[in-house]
Design a protein around this ligand. Structure first.
Ligand code: FAD
Length: 410
């Protein structure tokens, strides 16, 4: 990272790999006087909004500089000024140490004080009509299939906690029940309760477009494309979307111990709840949750073009190396130790000693993604447990009893 001594008063701009957006209101607080002795300062384009990993942004940010004085970026959101949502890239001077971990300080929502998560505020018979903010392709050209990041404006009316899901009712008629709407499809929420714009008004989904490939014809059959995922991936800003929920308690992030260890295992869109957790841990500054533990993410996808939110995770790795670990399994690019395809269970096996020790020490372990991921993973864990002279059945029942084991597969 380029930097200069403070005496030179030259402030090079370090552009982090983020599309930065300006929240509704930003306040700058002076940093502690001792910090003036910081050896070096840089000006940094601080990420304060939007999704950094999205390859194309709908927003065209500008640049603002505040380099005359030494300021620390304490960003607060004024929820009352929702219409003043101009979006900017900006540049602020700060010490190198601070530059490493800029966080967005959010105005706490009432949700922070609730003892229980909101549940089923909107039911299928009376869904909430929300508005699509943006739909962005998340994957590169060599990824098999398409995954989209869908931001939905719920106006603050369908609040949720990290790890919950929304239901979506696609428009049109249920072919199995003529005259009735389609059934609800569930989608794990991929943002924190503050949403990607940090104001508590949006939720983001990570949606794989379900296509049907006819094995006999050897090509896609559009008449059998998934209804809801295609509706979401084709949606345009301003389109209306019927949502239900939020639902689910199994994947809530336990926050009683801010120094806990969380081992997250995702395949594909199973990354959604973990993106929410990690933004809460590393991107937002939340008064009630100062994460000081270890978050370890295993992500399995087909190839490097299929990696999801990789920029965001790579940044956490740079900024919080003591609190974050990130391992990817690229089944079509990497080989496991036996020369076969590299799946998440192979990565788990590579680190099984550490993982078992962490579980023995009370770590939470989460699994999210396609149902098919579980047999391979459970098989690996069972084998590793037995190699260690431990009964996997007993270990598993103990993990479940201690509420350390969290699974959401579909
Ligand atoms: P449907 O219309 O329901 O079709 C289902 C499948 O059948 C599709 O693959 C379609 O191509 C195929 N099909 C359709 N017609 C035929 C036919 N005649 N013959 C053969 N095949 C056919 N998904 C995500 O992408 N992201 C998430 O974060 C996510 N989270 C979830 C969380 C939970 C708790 C659950 C239960 C599910 C989650 N899902 C998620 C899955 C999601 O709910 C949907 O099931 C998925 O998007 C497919 O819905 P669809 O309406 O597009 O497909």
């Amino acid at each position: 990272m380029p930097f200069v001594g403070s005496s030179s008063l030259v402030y090079p701009t370090v552009n982090l790999p983020f599309d930065c957006t300006w929240p509704q209101a930003v306040s700058l607080l002076p940093i502690h006087p001792m910090a003036h002795s910081a050896v070096s300062q840089v000006s940094v384009a601080v990420p304060v909004g939007g999704d950094s990993s999205i390859r194309r942004s709908v927003f065209k940010p500008h640049t603002l500089s505040f380099c005359g004085t030494l300021w620390a970026p304490i960003l607060t959101l004024d929820l009352s000024t929702k219409n003043a949502r101009s979006k900017y890239r900006y540049t602020i001077c700060m010490s190198v140490q601070q530059a490493n971990a800029p966080k967005v300080s959010v105005s706490p929502l009432q949700l922070e004080d609730a003892k229980e998560p909101p549940l089923n505020t909107f039911k299928p018979k009376e869904p909430y009509t929300a508005t699509i903010v943006s739909v962005e392709r998340l994957v590169g050209p060599k990824a098999p299939g398409e995954v989209c990041h869908v931001v939905i404006d719920h106006g603050g009316n369908v609040p949720y906690w990290e790890g919950q899901s929304y239901g979506v009712i696609p428009p049109g008629e249920n072919p199995k029940k003529p005259g009735s709407p389609h059934n609800v499809r569930l989608y794990s929420i991929a943002s924190t309760r503050y949403g990607d714009s940090f104001d508590g008004r949006t939720a983001s989904l990570c949606v794989r477009r379900a296509l049907y490939y006819d094995p006999e014809k050897g090509k896609e059959d559009p008449s059998k494309s998934g209804v809801c995922s295609n509706f979401l991936c084709n949606a345009k800003p301003g389109d209306k979307v019927q949502i239900t929920g939020p639902s689910g308690k199994i994947m809530l992030l336990p926050e009683d111990d801010p120094n806990a260890t969380h081992i997250m295992i995702a395949t594909g869109t199973g990354i959604a709840p973990f993106r929410g957790y990690l933004r809460r841990m590393f991107m937002e500054s939340v008064p009630k949750y100062k994460f000081g533990g270890l978050a370890w993410l295993f992500l399995g996808v087909a190839n490097s073009d299929s990696l999801l939110y990789d920029d965001e995770f790579s940044k956490y790795l740079r900024d919080h190396p003591d609190n974050f670990r990130y391992d990817t399994a690229l089944s079509r690019e990497q080989k496991n130790k036996n020369g076969g395809k590299m799946y998440v269970q192979d990565k788990i096996e590579d680190y099984s000693d550490e993982i078992f020790k962490l579980l023995d020490g009370g770590a939470h372990i989460y699994f999210c993604g396609l149902k098919g991921m579980m047999p391979g993973i459970q098989g690996t864990l069972k084998r590793v447990a037995e190699e260690r002279g431990v009964s996997w059945e007993e270990k598993l029942s103990q993990l479940k009893k201690n509420k350390q084991w969290h699974v959401e597969v579909y």
